[in-house]
Design a protein around this ligand. Structure first.
Ligand code: MLT
Length: 264
């Protein structure tokens, strides 16, 4: 389905009823990342999986930034009648979740920060973003998928579930070039969210996989240390997309967290 957020069309799936949880994917994914969570969370909730502008069925705005992504997500949720939601972001989706907290705190009932970090890009990562922009312009999204696929899942998944690795590669290969360039630019230019952590006053769950090489466990531990009262869950045998690699374990920790919110 499509909802209008100002001038941006946002693709979304909307499943269930109860406490709203907005699911924001990483790079270069689309909302199909969240297939195991739609209908898979035991806690009664309304799960809304959104395509980040430039991905899936969402249109690509001319200029992108984490703030712009956050504003578009906020506008989409508003258009869907959601006044506040648990904001769950995976990796780049986590960068957007932290921008949402800064810009639209009234919308954030609680946070789930999965496979993400607070810090900005260092010089090496910025250079790699620029290189990837050149690669996608020259060789298309498939070349980006080829470059990222090995790190996207953990070694256990690569050994035991090659079909999932293939599916993740297919998802990344269909990301539009404009979306990839927009997101790489937004990630390269994002601000340091470390000072934001001390301002977070809502319940927060931090999730990471013990085999994640893109955002190692140390990054999740830093988020956990920085956010007072947060909870940290390390999912064993999972890389950067534990929600796909170990969906039952991921859904279990998220459902427990959602239940803790509704029983407060
Ligand atoms: C993601 O999965 O969204 C990326 O690993 C984020 C990044 O490249 O910083």
């Amino acid at each position: 389905m499509i909802v209008l957020a100002g001038n941006t069309s946002i693709g979304y799936d909307d499943d269930g009823s109860g406490l709203p949880i907005a699911l924001i994917h990483g790079f270069p994914h689309d909302r199909s990342l969240w297939a195991p969570q739609l209908g898979g969370l035991a806690a009664p909730c309304r799960a809304i999986a959104l395509d980040v502008p430039g991905f899936g069925e969402s249109s690509a705005p001319a200029a992108t930034s984490m703030d712009r992504f956050a504003d578009d997500v906020a506008a989409a949720l508003g258009a869907l009648g959601v006044g506040s939601a648990v904001i769950a972001g995976l990796s780049m989706g986590g960068y957007i979740a932290l921008a949402l907290w800064r810009r639209h705190p009234e919308l954030v009932r609680a946070l789930i920060l999965a496979h993400t970090r607070a810090g900005p890009d260092d010089e090496r990562t910025r250079a790699s973003r620029m290189a990837m922009i050149a690669v996608v312009r020259e060789r298309g999204p498939g070349a980006i998928a080829d470059r990222l696929v090995a790190g996207m899942t953990g070694r256990t998944t690569r050994k035991k579930n090659p079909d999932l690795v293939e599916a993740v590669h297919r998802m990344m290969s269909r990301a539009p070039t404009a979306g990839i360039i927009g997101a790489l630019t937004a990630m390269r230019d994002r601000i340091d969210s470390t000072p934001t952590l001390a301002t977070i006053k809502v319940p927060t769950l931090v999730i990471v996989g013990d085999e994640d090489v893109f955002t190692p466990v140390s990054e999740a531990q830093a988020l956990h240390r920085g956010i007072t009262g947060s909870r940290l869950e390390v999912i064993e045998g999972a890389g950067h997309v534990s929600n796909l690699e170990r969906p039952a374990a991921f859904n279990h920790v998220v459902s427990e967290f959602l239940t803790s919110l509704t029983s407060q």
